[in-house]
Ligand binder design. Sequence first.
Ligand SMILES: Nc1ncnc2c1ncn2[C@@H]1O[C@H](COP(=O)(O)OP(=O)(O)OP(=O)(O)O)[C@@H](O)[C@H]1O
Length: 270
Amino acid sequence: MIEFEHVSKVYPGGAEAVGDFSCVIPSHRTVVLVGSSGSGKTTLLRMINRMVDPSDGRVCIDGEDIRNRNPVELRRSIGYVLQHGGLLPHRTVLDNVATVPVLRGTQRGAARADARELLERVGLDPALGDRYPSQLSGGQQQRVGVARALAADPNILLMDEPFGAVDPIVRRELQQELLRLQSELGKTIVFVTHDIEEAFLLGDEVIVLSEGGRIAQRGTPADILAHPADDFVRDFVGADRAERTLETVEVEGRQLVVDGDGRPVGVLNR
Ligand SMILES: Nc1ncnc2c1ncn2[C@@H]1O[C@H](COP(=O)(O)OP(=O)(O)OP(=O)(O)O)[C@@H](O)[C@H]1O
């Protein structure tokens, strides 16, 4: 469980990036922070592994104030996936994945064997392990990023726009892969995106943020879509968007589902 208690962040010389943010992120769930650019998503995420320390308030993991934890050790115990993979360019894929376990004392041979298994787990051919990151596609690099984040078998996985830089088809594949992995692993995932569709697909719960890390609404995707808290949320989730307002029409005895523009999107099987 991750708890933010009245957390704020003012960067040197800057305005308040996050103000008085409180929330509890339950274990073994995927919680998505979604909001427009500058709403403080990355700042909040980085407070969990102490890449950013709050100006005020505190963050606890399983009841312990993380200020009492050594930041390097804490960071190594939490998986972190970035938009551009963050892989080390001069190390092979296998060594990239094995880096943190080796730093934490696992024998290199054993760490590399585990890394091979992890590559398979994220849907990559282990033979790619001998390549360098630049010899992989963007989607493959992101899979390696996920494998690397899982290598130390962390309870918590932080993901900052991990699929933001790949094309829509690969993005869809990576999202499905993450759903599959999470159903097997049950990690506590905090996922940042500005894409509401991605948030609704991946999140058990979604937190919609407005400027300054203010929680405009928190709930399941269904809650938020059915009952947007205010106009800001309604606009953000596009509750009135044509593809969201579906209805059925009968065509030659079959129930056709059409969107708000009358475009058919499917047939109801009953
Ligand atoms: N190191 C920093 N120094 C000064 N200001 C910063 C720093 N990092 C972030 N900020 C500011 O804090 C605010 C929140 O930034 P943050 O990156 O957390 O938002 P975000 O929601 O993740 O945005 P994006 O979607 O664009 O990544 C922004 O106004 C940003 O300019």
